[in-house]
Design a binder for this molecule. Structure first.
Ligand SMILES: NC(=O)C1=CN([C@@H]2O[C@H](COP(=O)(O)OP(=O)(O)OC[C@H]3O[C@@H](n4cnc5c(N)ncnc54)[C@H](O)[C@@H]3O)[C@@H](O)[C@H]2O)C=CC1
Ligand SMILES: O=C(O)[C@@H]1CCC=N1
Length: 270
């Protein structure tokens, strides 16, 4: 069978994509090649997904006919670009999709001259099919390449198209955001424990509160401020909590977190 999908880097995000693309039958295991240097990780990927696993990044480029997904840390990008420079061919090239934070289309296009490249920013809820991915297209892409990227990332959640100038901000918000939300869940649970709840119950209450609130905002399409007002009774418990959050600079902390992450994404691209 023809190999269609090449994955370079079988870590957290690479596996999230691989797992759902195979689960949903978008690619058969025999149509996939993964390159991954860690032996334990190689064995795990081979055994779990029944895909071909190699350490040879150049082989991934020569074998994969439809798409090559780059899912390594940004710090190893230039080493990988050098490894595959010799096998690049403009005539029979797959579309290269990079999920690397901060690596720009112009950096990708100088590493893969005249090849169709797409820059994408997914997030970890992709693992459970509730991710959101922003895409921006390189100069040599066409509608077919765009469709392939949409198909790949819609297997793991929502997909939006953005211009590249927004990509660092997207990274700061939805790319890094799951970590901020996880921190919030952990803190809510700690608060529950401080107020006397057992840890397991506190965790369950915190997770479901975040999930339910997000669902309510999404399904009822109401403004977050309106939802906050609905919960807040005059002289009640919620306003006492909100006043404390405002004193502690909660809003400002989140705003500055998104800005700091966007700035870091910008720095990684230099
Ligand atoms: N984790 C996240 O929430 C998100 C990560 N990203 C981006 O995804 C990329 C990967 O991140 P993670 O999956 O979290 O990292 P990870 O460290 O879990 O995965 C990277 C994988 O690449 C492998 N690797 C290292 N050197 C390699 C080489 N020379 N050739 C092939 N594979 C190699 C590593 O062994 C590892 O398994 C990063 O560039 C990051 O910016 C994007 C969105 C969200
Ligand atoms: O922390 C990082 O650099 C990556 C990019 C977005 C989420 N994780």
């Amino acid at each position: 069978m023809t190999i269609k999908l090449g994955l370079i880097g079988g870590g957290v995000m690479g596996e999230a994509l691989l797992s759902r693309l195979i689960d949903r039958g978008i690619y058969q295991p025999s149509e996939v090649i993964v390159s991954e240097p860690q032996p334990t990780r190689q064995n795990y990927l081979r055994q779990t997904y029944n895909v071909t696993v190699t350490t040879d990044n150049a082989l991934v480029f020569t074998e994969a006919k439809e798409v090559v997904l780059l899912a390594v840390k940004p710090q190893v990008f230039s080493a990988i670009a050098q490894e595959i420079a010799d096998v690049l061919s403009i005539r029979i090239s797959p579309v290269v999709i990079s999920i690397l934070a901060g690596v720009s289309l112009s950096q990708l296009e100088s590493a893969f001259p005249e090849l169709p490249v797409i820059r994408a920013m997914p997030n970890t809820p992709a693992t459970v099919g509730e991710g959101i991915t922003a895409l921006c297209l390189g100069a040599y892409t066409n509608g077919k390449h765009h469709k392939i990227a949409q198909q790949v990332f819609s297997a793991v959640g929502q997909v939006v198209d953005v211009s590249e100038m927004l990509m660092d901000a997207v990274t700061g918000l939805s790319g890094s955001g799951p970590a901020y939300v996880a921190l919030m869940v952990e803190s809510l649970a700690d608060g529950g424990v401080a107020a006397g709840l057992p840890r397991g119950l506190a965790h369950q209450l915190a997770v479901q509160t975040v999930l339910g609130t997000a669902k309510l905002l999404q399904e009822n399409k109401i403004h977050p401020g309106e939802l906050k007002d609905r919960v807040t009774s005059p002289g009640g418990t919620t306003i006492a909590g909100i006043a404390q959050l405002e004193r502690a600079g909660f809003r400002s902390a989140l705003i500055e977190a998104v800005k700091a992450s966007a700035l870091r994404s910008q720095e990684l691209g230099k």
